[in-house]
Design a protein around this ligand. Structure first.
Ligand SMILES: Cc1ncc(COP(=O)(O)O)c(C=O)c1O
Length: 428
């Protein structure tokens, strides 16, 4: 494969017309494909259907501590659900609250409460002139959307395969009291699938923030979402590391079963120090009398423990792995050696991250749309939707059936090639 950069203007023009012909061929197929959001496929959701049979009208709906799950009570969750989530989230018997159906809502609430009421007695953020968050980028668009909604200034921090650039994180956090938080997806990050190294976790735990109400928002959304069960990746427990480092209150750890059981109909949890949890519970007691304990019971009885969850996740992996591999194969076969794009090869999670030549991502996504394939908007993986290099594209292989996915990946490579040729021709 000859890198496109080495082609002459004539060769590029020739290539352009053959690529345009291929693109039009795809356009004429009237495709309707979607590689935009990281939703589980129907087959994945089917894996959990038996959970619906765990409880029925004859079931004893009493939790281990004797609470009638049909009634009010149990603000922070039932013991068996707490234990299950503690195991999945790889914490010991740290303080935990089991919330409702999904974790994004906990993250939103956590920011919202800090804005209106502050963090453990500190000045509410809304009373400060400026509140800033560090945003490792590319990252999860919905994290950034929460900041934008509350008028929190976002500062992008470059990502590396070992996690955010910690030199930058340490410097900024220690110098600027307006920095109150950082978003982290430490395992199989969204969208790159990167895993934070032990060194990164330890450096996080040892941060010396200027703001005493600075918190690490540790979103462990993909904690058990391995693609290769013979090559799983584990990370250090940030809550334990923060405790060891003398910073027990500095982290909130979030997770849910959204992509384990049913998306948006799972159970979600927050782990933090006792001081944080006590502070949060004061708000929680105003906000709700309690979350859905019947769903908590259903999850605890269906999965039983972490081993049960991992067995279940193997079935997810068997569906997801061929899809990831299909996309990666097409990328490698069609784009390998051309030097017009780079992509990650994750061992878990929900996404593949693609970086095109600078200034091409928006064009590629627009071309995909015109060919009937919906992708996540270019730029969505950066704060304010602005990718300074206009190069990052998030590929979500989970939802479409395998054949459709292969076709979508083919269309993608044509769009990448065409956009790159046009870019190179601009300077010839
Ligand atoms: C990093 C990350 N956090 C959270 C979520 C949403 O989780 P939940 O369904 O628990 O709100 C997603 C979903 O894509 C995600 O990628």
């Amino acid at each position: 494969m000859v890198p496109y950069r080495e082609l002459s203007k004539e060769e590029l023009l020739e290539l352009k017309s053959s690529l345009e012909a291929k693109y039009q061929e795809f356009q004429s197929k009237n495709l309707k494909l979607d590689m935009s959001r990281g939703k589980p496929s129907i087959e994945q959701l089917d894996l959990t259907m038996e959970m619906m049979d765990v409880l029925n009208s004859h079931s004893d709906l009493t939790s281990e501590d004797g609470l009638d799950c049909r009634n009010y009570g149990g603000l922070d969750g039932i013991p068996e659900a707490k234990r299950l989530m503690q195991e999945i989230m790889e914490v010991g018997d740290e303080e935990i609250i089991i919330y409702g159906n999904a974790s994004l809502n906990i993250m939103y609430d956590t920011v919202s409460r800090s804005m209106t009421h502050g963090v453990m007695g500190s000045t509410p953020w809304c009373k400060l002139d400026k509140v800033k968050f560090l945003c490792p980028a590319p990252g999860y668009d919905r994290h950034f959307a929460i900041c934008e909604f509350f008028g929190i200034e976002m500062i992008p921090v470059p990502m590396t395969p070992n996690g955010p650039d910690m030199d930058i994180v340490e410097k900024l956090v220690s110098e600027d009291e307006a920095i109150k938080g950082i978003w982290c997806v430490p395992k199989y990050s969204n969208p790159q699938g990167y895993v934070y190294s032990d060194e990164t976790v330890i450096r996080f735990a040892n941060l010396k923030p200027a703001a005493k109400d600075f918190r690490i928002f540790w979103d462990n959304a993909y904690c058990v979402h391995h693609l290769y069960f013979d090559d799983t990746v584990e990370i250090l427990n940030i809550v334990g590391e923060c405790k060891k480092a003398g910073n027990p209150d500095m982290v909130y750890k979030f997770a849910s079963t959204s992509k384990i059981s049913f998306s948006g109909a799972g159970i979600a949890a927050l782990v933090a120090s006792k001081a944080n949890i006590d502070d949060i519970k004061k708000q929680l007691a105003i906000q709700t009398i309690g979350y859905d304990k019947i769903n908590q019971l259903r999850h605890a009885r269906f999965f039983k423990n972490k081993a049960g969850v991992l067995e279940h996740m193997k079935k997810h992996a068997a569906i997801m792995r061929p899809k990831f591999e299909a996309v990666l194969n097409v990328l490698e076969t069609e784009l390998g050696g051309l030097e017009i794009g780079e992509w990650t090869k994750p061992k878990g999670g929900y996404f593949i991250s693609f970086d095109s030549m600078e200034g091409c991502a928006k064009t590629i996504v627009a071309m995909m749309k015109d060919a009937g394939v919906v992708m996540t908007n270019a730029g969505a993986t950066f704060p304010y939707g602005k990718d300074p290099k206009d190069s990052n594209i998030r590929i979500a292989p989970s939802f479409p059936p395998l054949e459709e996915l292969e076709l979508a990946a083919q269309v993608f490579t044509i769009c990448v090639k065409l956009a790159s040729v046009n870019k190179l021709l601009e300077t010839k």
